[in-house]
Design a protein around this ligand. Sequence first.
Ligand code: PLP
Length: 450
Amino acid sequence: ETIAHEIESPIPKMPPFDYAPPPYNGPSAAEILQKRKQFLSPSMFYFYNNTPLNVVDGKMQYLYDDTGRRYLDAFGGIATVCCGHCHPDVVKAIVNQTNRLQHCTILYLNPAIADFAEALASKLPGDLKVVFFTNSGTEANELAMMIARLYTGCHDIISLRNAYHGNAAGTMGATAQSNWKFNIVQSGVHHALNPDPYRGVFGSDGKMYAKDVEELITYGTSGHVAGFLSESIQGVGGIIELAPDYLPAVYSSIKKAGGLCIADEVQCGFARTGSHFWGFESQGVVPDIVTMAKGIGNGIPLGAVVTTPEIAEVLTRRSYFNTFGGNPVCTAAGHAVLKVIEKENLQENAHVVGSYLKERLNSLKDKHEIIGDVRGRGLMLGVELVTDRQLKTPAKVETLHVMDQMKEMGVLIGKGGFFGNVFRITPPLCFTKEDADFLVDVMDYTMSKM
Ligand code: PLP
């Protein structure tokens, strides 16, 4: 008699996809690795495995290596490729604009820049109507922090202890995880308790964490602050959805202290959470400043800060300038992205497929003791691995092992969290239920073999 659990589960099969990448005749992965070590970074730090992929083609939710092998990209270029790799509408917009005019700064008028600013502003609530373009999320947050400081005349900014907001001087101050910090001057930022329902000291009690911000203002500042900067779902931090009721209480304390509320939507914006277009909407707040990057251009270098006309006015007192920020090729891409999200109902898809995927991951949790937590919203999901559910001991080595095995089976996921033990699942928003099944089956298969 065969016992059910002894039956080998079949090797999961990747859903079919009708695309053949062009032949690749370039240098081998080994040669490229050699160049990378010599001319880019000698460190293997960034790679999730010892044999890094040489990625040469991409189509929608798939990436292809130099042998033409297909991989399901469930990391989406770090939550960046929202419409899908080389989405034809985005490519067309880029090519058309490139043929017409590649570069133009704000010293001149240009329709590609103005039209996108208008379209972007229309996606934001309230009075958030003035757009400043940047090239990245770091730049967007640097600018937002500067605006808050100029507007309020205060220096103190509050961010969260598990935050990642970028890697320049100001934003590295706001970034709290020591893994991402260098010892340079990062003045004026205070880090509040992380409202993390899984690991945080107050569990899911958002209001208690909000009291910590109140205390920080009282004890750590003059009583007046420039602002508060946070994501509503932390990405690099390990897909942590801030405890419910947190942001409304904190926003109210910050406003009382004369500060501005800044929402970092770099990862959780652009329909990724499924339930809303912007992450902050899930907590029912309206920020004073919103920063964005990643998904805004589907992988094209672009970022933005959106604020109200009254706050934006502070930048007219001197000349604020960014040579490449809002380059017409990038804004043409951004405009195409907004249209694709609408036309292809990607927010709804993120909601439907994301909910399905989360449900399936939760059943995997029932089966595999190593899964300590499944969380997130839409197509921004996290799976935290622990060696002991009670103690929540981070399963760091196992995380890397599962990722490596999944890659061998054709599924790419990311990892994050302070301990590096959280899978980050942030695929292009065109991800299908079949893709979700394949991902979960591969994860299940891999974990069953551990
Ligand atoms: N803010 C958040 C929430 C991020 O996740 C990141 C990057 O991962 C940044 C800001 C910085 O963006 P960039 O890498 O484009 O500078």
